[in-house]
Each structure stands twice: as C-alpha cells, then as structure tokens.
Design a protein around this ligand. Structure first.
Ligand SMILES: [Zn+2]
Length: 286
C-alpha cells in the first residue's frame, strides 16, 4: 500500500491505519481490488488511494435503471424504514432528492410536496429522467446552487454520501440550498454495524470500489458543526439488502441476483430484530 499522499477527506490528517485491504468488486465484478484505511485522527474509513475516474465504476450500475413492478413492490415493503416518509403537512414544502438514481423516490413523492427537484450527476441520465418524471433534475451543482439557493425545505440523500469524494462540497451545497430550519435527511451504510464485523470485505454495504467513504455519527457531528446544522435525530433502519447481498456473496462467490432475491425475506426479518446495517441521520440548518 502506498503510504504517501494520504489525506483524510474529512479532517485533512495525513496518518492512517490499514482497515480492509484488497477488497474485490463483489457486486459488478469489475475485477479491481481496492483498500480501505482508517484516518488516525478522526477514524473516518475511506478508500485509499481514491480513484482518479469514478465514472468507469458505474457502467451497468443498476441503481440508475428503471425498476420493474416486483422491485417497486419489494422496495415499498422492505425499504420503508430507510427512505424518508413525509409528514401529512408537507404539501407546502419543497423537496430536493440529491442523488435521485432512477427517480423512484421522487415518483413516490409526487403530490406530497409543493415542488420537487432531483440531482444526479451525468447530464444525459438527468435529462432522460427529467423528461420521464416531469420533474427538474439537475446534473450540475453550480446550476443547482444558482437556481435553488435558499429555496429548499427538505433535502434527502439516500445512499449517496458513501459515493462522494468531497464532503465539503456536498455540505456547502446543502447549506446553500436549504432554508433556515430546513432538514437534511441522510441514509448511509453503517460501517460500525455487526454486519461489517461478520462479513468484512464480503459485506454488501462496502460495495467496493464504488463506495469511497463511510461517515459515522461522529463525522456527521463534525460536518454539522462546520456547516451550521444541528443533529435532529440518529437511528438505524431495517434494510435487508446489505445482509442478503453479503450472504449471497459468501455462498456463491458473487452477489448472485436469484440468491439475493431468495434471501431478502429472511434477511428482512433478521434486520428487523437487529437493524444496524443502515444509519439514518437527520440534520437541521441552524
Ligand atoms: Zn480524518
């Protein structure tokens, strides 16, 4: 491992300890091996070295593909603790789904908010999604900031921040877009869960090489202090995918889709009993 040129994405420290080495791409099997290290100063787990071109890692990434009826139904049943659930009084509010993927969440929120917006890097994907949903989808943070500064009541970021290589830019954007008192709702894989301790480099939530860093509650506290937010709530959500994907990988050597689907129901029951795979943090702009 290259011991030079490490810089923590969060605190800027240059010292680290190895955490998990030579982690394969169990999900899309792109054949690369990456290392994760832990910053000795703030304990952030991040990939090292960070990839130069992340775009190539997302070829065939199914999160950007439209879901069929069964997948949408499964999402409603098994993922309901993870995705933001609006209160009844949200009809006057504006929502931005940051990292909106295939647009499923935005589609579900239609009629629940006064205005909806999405953000998804990748210009052609954002344009197609925007036409499909009839919702403005931005692909440039610059345009996002220019058009929506101070206009957003709620930002959701479901399974996004672990893909981000610059937390500062992301939080500056959140701070710029939200109104005072606006809410930022974040879901990330929980790197301090029993699942990672059990499965290690086969943990589905690791999703090497696409997941770059894993902030935990301490790191969110650092970010909220720095960017003027208060922590509104921290919890863990039942989410069977990380457990089912991990078991499928251990049993078959890869995240086999049929095995994964067969394991979802029992893994959901387990995750209801010990919901630690996903961390949910709500932050309020002060
Ligand atoms: Zn650090």
């Amino acid at each position: 491992m290259n011991l030079g040129e490490f810089k923590c994405m969060l605190c800027g420290a240059t010292v680290f300890r190895p955490w998990l080495t030579r982690c394969p791409d169990n999900y899309l099997q792109k054949g690369c091996l990456v290392n994760y290290v832990e910053c000795k100063a703030c304990l952030l787990v991040q990939q090292h070295p960070l990839p130069d071109d992340v775009g190539a890692l997302y070829t065939d990434y199914p999160v950007h593909s439209s879901r069929n009826l069964m997948q949408r139904l499964a999402r409603r049943i098994f993922h309901r603790q993870v995705y933001y659930r609006p209160p009844a009084c949200s009809a006057d509010l504006s929502l931005l789904d940051y990292g909106c993927g295939d647009g499923t969440f935005l589609c579900e929120m239609k009629g629940r908010f006064k205005s909806l917006y999405g953000f998804e890097p990748g210009c052609s994907h954002a344009e197609k999604l925007s036409a499909l949903l009839d919702v403005p989808i931005f692909s440039s943070t610059e345009n996002l900031r220019q058009e929506l500064a101070g206009k957003i009541d709620l930002i959701t970021a479901h399974f996004v921040l672990e893909h981000v290589s610059d937390f500062q830019e992301a939080f500056q954007t959140f701070q710029t877009l939200l109104k005072l008192g606006g809410t930022l709702y974040v879901a990330v894989p929980n790197i301090r869960s029993w699942e990672i301790n059990l499965f290690k480099k086969f943990w589905h939530g690791l999703d090497a090489p696409r997941h770059l860093a894993f902030p935990d509650p301490v790191h969110f506290k650092m970010l909220t202090d720095r960017y003027g937010f208060n922590i509104g709530g921290t919890s863990f959500a039942a989410f069977p995918n990380t457990l089912a994907g991990s078991l499928a990988t251990v049993l078959s050597g890869r995240c086999h889709p049929l095995l994964f689907m067969g394991l979802i129901l029992p893994c959901w029951l387990v995750s209801l009993c010990a919901p630690q795979g996903t961390l949910i943090i709500q932050m309020v702009k002060a």
